[in-house]
Design a protein around this ligand. Structure first.
Ligand code: FES
Length: 172
């Protein structure tokens, strides 16, 4: 049993290493592109673990402290695997003015989670982020990389119910 778990952890480490190697092949100047590199890792596997950060630092010679400071500064990054659907609710000024608090409450009621949490069924992770760069459409939420603007409680409920239906279909 112990043998199996050691083997699986070694194999996971190898997979991550080849993922990082594959991403690094696309860049010459690692230091200038470190945010893009981290974004690619996040997109590919849904998180950037501490182990990924250590490997990346070894391979690029970028100080680990710098990598950790980027990962901690941007809410987009997760150290742990996110749920199947990643919801980024904008908490920038324009979105606050346009009532993002109501949307946060709706999401809380619909999913029973607060920002920073993942539902028990692992279907949704909710995060609050700074300006998503679409202030003219405030209040805004990014769902699995796609921007949804001019949101109200009804639209948020529709988005959640659509995602739940989609996941149900995929599983059946
Ligand atoms: S403040 Fe929300 S998109 Fe800019």
């Amino acid at each position: 049993m112990v043998q199996l778990s050691v083997e699986s952890s070694i194999s996971k480490q190898r997979n991550t290493e080849s993922l990082i190697d594959g991403i690094l092949e696309n860049y010459n100047d690692y230091s200038r592109n470190i945010i893009n590199i981290l974004l690619r890792i996040q997109e590919k596997q849904g998180f950037v673990s501490e182990q990924d950060a250590i490997q990346l630092s070894d391979k690029t010679h970028i100080p680990l402290a710098k990598i950790f400071s980027i990962l901690s500064f941007y809410n987009y990054f997760s150290f742990k695997r996110a749920g199947k659907n990643l919801l980024l609710l904008c908490d920038g000024t324009a979105c606050r003015v346009q009532g993002n608090r109501k949307l946060r409450q709706t999401l809380k009621d619909e999913l029973d989670i607060s920002p920073g949490e993942t539902t028990k069924d692992n279907l949704f992770t909710l995060k609050e982020v700074r300006c998503l760069g679409a202030c003219a459409l405030a209040p805004v939420m990014m769902v699995n990389g796609k921007i949804y603007g001019n949101l109200d409680e009804k639209k948020v409920k529709e988005i959640i119910s659509g995602l739940k239906q989609e996941s149900g279909k995929k599983e059946s």
